[in-house]
Ligand binder design. Structure first.
Ligand code: ZN
Length: 193
């Protein structure tokens, strides 16, 4: 079964409690939290306080997607806030392997996110060590964008690489998901939308 990870970027923040309770009850497995720093991306959204706020509201997986640079100085704050999965963009920091190990030394799972302009080859070396790959199918920075069809081949490639290796990561698709694009993602091997 495909898992659903609604992004709180699409929530009405004035009633974030009920928004999260509603998607929890509706069957969402993950609550996706898009963290933007005004530096890796032009927009600014939430920090660890948002994770801390949501933690008592839901037992579902808090799926934190860091669009920040550098990454390492903020990792412990997100772990302490109660994140279940922390994903980051490897080109946003000097030592992605150290970040993965820091996350995995706790009860947290580690993920790598792929910017639409980054190729699979750039993240290949991490695939055996991570729990999740986020394939971005919009340009990071803002919600509500149109799905980039060109990214479907990346999903397929990742799925094939997973089949050929012992890697066990989930493939999550981030951005522009609707009734039509969701079918294309699932057909190419997506696990989480
Ligand atoms: Zn995201």
């Amino acid at each position: 079964m495909t898992k659903i990870a609604p992004s709180i970027l699409a929530a009405d923040l004035s009633k974030i409690n009920s928004e999260v309770i509603n998607v929890d009850k509706a069957g969402a497995e993950y609550i996706h939290i898009d963290v933007m720093d005004g530096h890796y991306v032009p927009n600014i959204t939430f920090g660890p306080n948002m994770v801390k706020t949501l933690r008592p509201i839901t037992k579902k997986i808090l799926d934190v997607h860091l669009m920040i640079t550098p990454v390492m100085p903020s990792i412990n704050a997100f772990i302490d806030a109660g994140a279940d999965i922390i994903s980051f963009h490897p080109e946003a920091d000097d030592n992605p392997n150290a970040i993965i190990q820091t996350i995995k030394n706790t009860n947290c799972k580690a993920g790598i996110a792929i910017h639409p302009d980054v190729e699979i080859q750039a993240i290949q070396d991490f695939l055996n060590d991570i729990d999740l790959v986020i394939v971005m199918t919009v340009m990071p920075g803002f919600g509500g964008q149109k799905f980039l069809d060109g990214q479907l081949s990346k999903i397929k490639k990742l799925n094939n690489m997973r089949k050929l290796t012992k890697a066990k990561f989930e493939i999550e698709i981030d951005g522009g998901i609707n009734e039509i694009t969701s079918k294309h993602c699932i057909a190419n091997g997506a696990d989480v939308l």
